[in-house]
Design a binder for this molecule. Structure first.
Ligand SMILES: NC(=O)c1ccc[n+]([C@@H]2O[C@H](COP(=O)([O-])OP(=O)(O)OC[C@H]3O[C@@H](n4cnc5c(N)ncnc54)[C@H](OP(=O)(O)O)[C@@H]3O)[C@@H](O)[C@H]2O)c1
Length: 286
């Protein structure tokens, strides 16, 4: 009999996550019986929960989401280069009693842009927002030698903090913090616009942060996947931009997590499109 793989998502809240749907399909397709649970951890219980999960070795693979992507860092025995540089992890592998931390959001961003045939090298991008997801996007772009990354955020010091973290790591990329009301002069030379705020997500104000007069043919990337067609993406289409939502990134980061836990995925591209179709129907239902 095949061994069962035990994994879970740690966060607060985790109720709306579709990660269990993703890993159910992956485990069925790859024939590895898997139990994947959402684990809602109250902030006051975070430390004791991590200590328990670690010592009990119940779960081999953990996903980590808001608000713990940074808080988990001190618990690791080993971290990937991306975790070291960004200070955020979304994947944990518990192996031989040791905790390994990874950031596969960056990979999710890169695969999404690759599928969109977006040429990162020498490009100019504008990221709206300066939280954890914005950091993953900025890291991904700079790691692929983008020439300019503009961060526009309502709280200036958060944008500046993000830039202070990345500038020494990627001296060849120019990072600029621009207040939202002053982005006008940067728009025409920008090839990629990324919504890394929750604006437009279910339960948040339906406001588009996409600047006016974006150049036709630029790519608009909304990290939000619920709803699938956000106001940011609708505006992008109206202006003649190419557009992609957050579902692709979500799937790619999950597939990367699976590979860390269980090794190679044969026919990964086919599995990705199967997941995409299936998750669209899940999101429509919920
Ligand atoms: N597709 C995926 O796989 C994936 C993965 C990760 C995240 N995401 C999505 O990415 C988005 C950001 O996530 P995160 O983890 O980066 O969140 P976060 O760390 O909380 O950062 C949120 C950012 O949005 C800004 N913001 C929040 N409310 C705003 C408002 N009302 N007006 C203007 N700006 C506002 C914040 O600005 P301040 O600095 O001023 O507070 C901050 O820069 C979410 O929608 C999340 O669902 C998607």
């Amino acid at each position: 009999m095949k061994e069962v793989f035990f994994a879970g998502l740690l966060g607060h809240p985790v109720r709306h996550s579709i990660s269990p749907d993703i890993f159910r399909v992956v485990s069925e397709e790859l024939g590895l019986p898997t139990v994947y649970k959402k684990i809602n951890i109250e902030p006051k219980d975070f430390k004791s929960s991590i200590q328990f999960l670690r010592s009990s070795e119940i779960l081999g693979g953990w996903n980590v989401t808001i608000p713990y992507k940074q808080k988990i860092i001190p618990f690791f025995d080993h971290v990937s280069k991306e975790v070291q540089m960004t200070g955020a992890a979304n994947v944990v592998h518990l192996k031989n009693g040791q905790l390994y931390g990874y950031n596969t959001d960056i990979y999710g961003v890169l695969k999404t842009l690759e599928e969109q045939k977006f040429e990162i090298k020498q490009s100019q991008s504008m990221i709206l927002g300066a939280g954890g997801a914005a950091l993953a996007v900025a890291y991904a772009l700079a790691a692929q030698r983008a020439s300019k990354v503009i961060i526009s955020n309502r709280t200036k010091r958060h944008a500046q903090k993000l830039i202070r973290r990345l500038r020494p790591v990627f001296p060849k990329t120019e990072f600029i913090s621009v207040q939202p009301e002053k982005i006008g002069s940067y728009v025409s030379a920008t090839q990629l616009f990324v919504n890394a705020t929750p604006l437009g997500m279910e339960g948040f104000p339906k406001i588009s942060v996409l600047p006016r007069n974006c150049p036709r043919g630029a790519l608009a990337f909304d990290l939000i996947y619920r709803p699938e067609k956000t106001i940011f993406l609708s505006e992008a289409q109206k202006y003649g931009l190419k557009s992609v939502g957050g579902l692709d990134m979500l799937i790619w980061q999950a597939l990367a997590a699976w590979k860390i836990w269980n090794g190679k995925i044969p026919n990964e591209v086919q599995l990705k499109s199967k997941l995409q179709k299936y998750l669209r129907s899940v999101l429509k239902r919920n």
